[in-house]
Design a protein around this ligand. Structure first.
Ligand code: FES
Length: 138
């Protein structure tokens, strides 16, 4: 499994997304409060572009009728084609989590100094030991 250096970590602040090409495939990478997650850019339903999906959260019922709470803001990705929703942390579908999931990629942040221990692929960006970088395993 190769590790791909995608971008400086500073290019992806919390709450934002970044689209990268990894081994010829589009991957959308999210920063959820400092934790990084990657999803394959094609929806497992009919191939919609998940990179263009809106993010949302969960509306959960409270203990009493009429009570609800909105949680996990920005952690659910909705496919722009038919609205299927996926948990960004796991790739699992909200409707059928045991059966349907978007492919996930491990994403981590490495210091420039650590990257010199390789092996990494960094064909498109210059790496310096003074910065941290987003690294995807694929
Ligand atoms: S292609 Fe994504 S919900 Fe249909």
């Amino acid at each position: 499994m190769a590790r791909h250096v995608i971008a400086p970590a500073s290019a992806l602040p919390p709450g934002e997304r970044l689209v990268a090409e990894v081994d010829g495939r589009k991957v959308v990478i999210f920063n959820l409060d400092g934790a990084y997650f990657g999803l394959f850019g094609r929806c497992p339903h009919q191939g919609g572009d998940l990179c263009l999906g809106r993010t949302t959260g969960l509306v959960e019922a409270g203990a009493e009728p009429g009570e609800y709470s909105y949680t996990r803001r920005g952690e659910i990705l909705r496919c722009p084609w038919h609205g299927w929703e996926f948990d960004i942390r796991t790739g699992r579908s909200r409707a059928e989590p045991a059966r349907v999931r978007a492919k996930t990629y491990d994403v981590e942040v490495k210091s420039g100094a650590e990257l010199f221990d390789g092996p990494y692929q960094a064909e498109t960006i210059v790496v310096s030991i003074e910065q941290d970088y987003i690294v995807v395993q694929a």
